[in-house]
Structure formats: structure tokens, C-alpha cells
Design a protein around this ligand. Structure first.
Ligand code: FNR
Length: 368
């Protein structure tokens, strides 16, 4: 029998439920990683290599873990990252994530390949709710230009250009199940007929431009005033180049282990990046985010101690949504907030600006 929502005590619990109740195609698409899924597993387990050095005897009666990301005040240093095809898991799709994000005052990143239309997702936002846009760059730049201009006009507050997917990774679990569920919006956004024999991911991604390069960045800067963030950066050299290009941020990410297998985890790359930025005095010239395998508030705290501005979370919200709808996503975010309050107290910090490298022991990371 399916456990009631109150029996989910952490983000991993939603995955176990979702696995049993989701359609096979949806489960395969959401849960799969590239090749042997080594990176997908490493994403979470990399956090286990970092330990805390908590402070004692600090007055932690009042704890505030709100912060600012790209100028937006948020209640938790976390955003709901872009994941394609929300309607595979729940008939309402991405707008359900919009409502949960609103309730908890966190940002939602809207995927290019959403199964609700972009305008439906923008319309679902209320008041001053902030949304960002994830961009897959089309071979036809006039389509991309239209998408970007429209996103800015509708009030998106950040453009996250995905740079780790010149070709979609091989997700064999996804390829093995027959895929016949592509939504019509997705087909129209790619502007091409879909080949369903290769799994959901490949069916919807043939429009992505593998020739995208650093040379294109000034063009993006010329067509939008939105902050530009490169999503999927994996080495310090590229972070330096991103700063030199004048982009506002990077997401250290391997696409949830769905692209290059044996890409390192975001947290591991973060530990490589921050000392170099600090050495150059560049830590305030760019905002650094990570995603991949973040499942606990302690994971968020570790990333912030290393110097990240915030973290993105993907699959747990898809699983919570698929299993329990809006109350599921609501509970998932609330669980993170509860964990955050407790763990901030236990490490002896009352606000996120107090989080710093002396609060963690990173000697277990492979770079040391
Ligand atoms: C993704 N991700 C992703 N990223 C992106 O830039 N564009 C996209 O369309 C998608 N689609 C997508 C679908 C699904 C089902 C998943 C699981 C992921 C990657 C996503 O933004 C993020 O990098 C990872 O999901 C983070 O890892 P976790 O939190 O899922 O472990």
C-alpha cells in the first residue's frame, strides 16, 4: 500500500514511493542517468565526503536561512531546477511546481522543454513571484531569439543557458521503455517531428545546437538584459572564462548525471573552483550555484560553506509531485526548511552569511 504523505520524512522517501506508483515511461525518464549512472550516484555520495566542524555555545535561538539569489530574496538557498516533461509525472505538470515555489518563496527555473506552455507557467505565478528560464539553444537562432525576448518581456529574472548537452546523453533505462507520451507543446517548441524509438530524452532534443560556443555569448548579451548564467560548468578554467565573458553566474552541474558519465559532482567541482576565485579576488564577480544529488539541508549547508550562493534540486520534486501532487512538493520543501533550521542550529550559525569553509572538513574530497 502507498504510504500516506506524512510518512515521508525526507526527500529520499518520495523517490521510493514514486518508483512504485509512477508509469514505467515516466519513472524511466525521470530516474535515468547516463551510461552506467556512476555520476548520478556520485552526485549524492560526494556530499558524504564532507564533514562538519560545528561551533558550540552560540546563541542559536533565532535562525534565519533566507538569502538572495540573482538579486531575489528567497526563504531558502534553494531553487526548483528545470526538469523537462512535468506532465509525465502529474497531469498538471510544471504549474504545480510554480504554486509550491510560491508558497515557500523559492525560485522556479522553467525548462525549455516544459510540458505546460511557457506562458501557462508564467501565468501560474502570483504577485512578485520570481521565475528563471532554462534555455536549450536552437539551431535556428531566430527561434532562440524569440524565446529569450519573450521570456524577458514576461518578466523572467534570469537566463540559464544549458551548456552540458550538445548531444543528449544515452539514458538506457529511458531508451528501453516504449515512449509515446510526448506532449504537444514540447513538439512545437522543438519544431520537429519526434523519433520515439530512442526514449523520451532523445525524442525531444534533436533541435539543440551542438555548435554552440563561447563565441555566441556576446550575442546572448546583446539580445537580453536578463542576467546570464551558464548551467553545466564542470571545471575551474571554464568558470574563469565565464567571469571574463561577463556572465553573472554559473551552475556547477552535470545535469543530474544524465549527460557525461564520470563527470564529477557539482560539490566536488565547487571545492576546486572557490579557492581559485578567492585567490584572484573574484568571488564577488560571479554567483556560483551547484546542483545534483542535493537531498538534505546538510548538503545545502555544505555547498554554502564552500561558497555557493544556492543549490538547485530536481528529481525529488518530480517524485513528490508524481506521488502526491502539490501537497507532496509542499511537504518536500517544508522538510528541507525544517532540516535547515535544525542543522543551522547544530553547526552554530544563525544566518547564511556566517557559513564559511572553517565549518567543514573537506579532506575526504579527492582533490586533497
Ligand atoms: C533534468 N535536467 C535538465 N536540465 C536542463 O538544463 N534542461 C532540461 O530540460 C532538463 N531536464 C531534466 C529532466 C529530468 C527528468 C531530470 C531529472 C533532470 C537537469 C536538472 O536541471 C538538474 O541539473 C538535475 O536534475 C539536478 O540533479 P538532481 O537534483 O535531479 O539530482
Amino acid at each position: 500500500r502507498m504510504p500516506i504523505l506524512e510518512q515521508c520524512y525526507n526527500l529520499m522517501d518520495f523517490e521510493a514511493v514514486a518508483r512504485n506508483v509512477m508509469k514505467k515511461t515516466a519513472w524511466a525518464y525521470y530516474s535515468s542517468g547516463a551510461d552506467d549512472e556512476i555520476t548520478m550516484r556520485e552526485n549524492h555520495s560526494a556530499f558524504h565526503k564532507i564533514w562538519f566542524r560545528p561551533k558550540i555555545l552560540v546563541d542559536v535561538e533565532k535562525v534565519d536561512f533566507s538569502t538572495t539569489m540573482l538579486g531575489t530574496k528567497v526563504d531558502l538557498p534553494m531553487y526548483v531546477t528545470a526538469t523537462a516533461l512535468g506532465k509525465l509525472g502529474h497531469h498538471e505538470g510544471e504549474v504545480l511546481l510554480t504554486r509550491a515555489a510560491k508558497k515557500h518563496n523559492v525560485v522556479q527555473m522553467i525548462p525549455t522543454l516544459a510540458s505546460c506552455s511557457f506562458d501557462e507557467i508564467m501565468d501560474a505565478a502570483e504577485g512578485d513571484q520570481v521565475q528563471w528560464m532554462q534555455l536549450y539553444v536552437n539551431k535556428d537562432r531566430s527561434i532562440t531569439k524569440k524565446i529569450v525576448e519573450h521570456a524577458e518581456k514576461r518578466g523572467c529574472k534570469g537566463l540559464f543557458i544549458t551548456v552540458d548537452a550538445p548531444q543528449l546523453g544515452r539514458r538506457e533505462k529511458d531508451m528501453r521503455v516504449k515512449f509515446d507520451d510526448v506532449g504537444s507543446n514540447v513538439q512545437s517548441s522543438s519544431g520537429e517531428a519526434t523519433d520515439k524509438s530512442q526514449g523520451a530524452a532523445r525524442a525531444i532534443s534533436s533541435f539543440i545546437d551542438p555548435s554552440l560556443s563561447w563565441k555566441d555569448i556576446p550575442w546572448f548579451q546583446s539580445i537580453t538584459k536578463m542576467p546570464i548564467i551558464l548551467k553545466g560548468v564542470q571545471r575551474v578554467e571554464d568558470v574563469i572564462r565565464a567571469v571574463e565573458c561577463g556572465v553573472q553566474g554559473v551552475v556547477l552541474s552535470n545535469h543530474g548525471g544524465r549527460q557525461l558519465d564520470f563527470a564529477r559532482s557539482g560539490i566536488e567541482v565547487l571545492a576546486e573552483v572557490m579557492p581559485v576565485l578567492r585567490e584572484r579576488g573574484w568571488e564577488n564577480r560571479i554567483e556560483i550555484y551547484i546542483d545534483g544529488g542535493v537531498r538534505r539541508a546538510t548538503d545545502i549547508i555544505k555547498a554554502l560553506c564552500l561558497g555557493a550562493k544556492g543549490v538547485g534540486i530536481g528529481r525529488p520534486f518530480l517524485y513528490a509531485m508524481s506521488a502526491y501532487g502539490l501537497p507532496g512538493v509542499d511537504r518536500a520543501i517544508q522538510l528541507l526548511k525544517d532540516e535547515m533550521e535544525m542543522n543551522m542550529r547544530l553547526i552554530g550559525c544563525t544566518s547564511v552569511d556566517q557559513l564559511n569553509p572553517t565549518l567543514i572538513d573537506t579532506r575526504g574530497l579527492s582533490m586533497h
